[in-house]
Design a binder for this molecule. Structure first.
Ligand SMILES: [Zn+2]
Length: 106
């Protein structure tokens, strides 16, 4: 009887460890998924008129955590209408949203 009880206790401990490990893994994944948006911030936004096609779009520049410019690099973004590539400094690619369509008829 006593041996059986110990075995059950042992199983409980193993199960508990597995659950704890799974919980830790889930927690870690959740934090890792959440962190890029949680620690980065909107550094600034500006309207840009595309030279080649004339489309107007808003660029939202994403800054690094704690405003450390050392964690930023050159990010490329494209005109949503013609794909003309431009660059800015940021922690991740900026978000681009079209305001008015291209004016060159293309
Ligand atoms: Zn364009």
């Amino acid at each position: 009887m006593q041996a059986a009880a110990i075995a059950i206790d042992g199983q409980d401990v193993r199960l508990h460890r597995i659950l704890s490990a799974m919980q830790a893994l889930w927690y870690k994944e959740t934090i890792m998924q959440a962190s890029p948006t949680a620690i980065s911030y909107e550094k600034g936004r500006y309207k840009e008129t595309c030279g080649p096609c004339g489309a107007v779009f808003e660029v939202i520049v994403i800054g690094g955590p704690m405003a450390k410019s050392s964690q930023e690099q050159v990010e490329e973004y494209g005109c949503p209408e013609c794909g003309q590539v431009d660059r800015c400094r940021g922690a991740e690619p900026p978000r681009v949203s079209l305001i008015s369509k291209r004016t060159d008829g293309g």
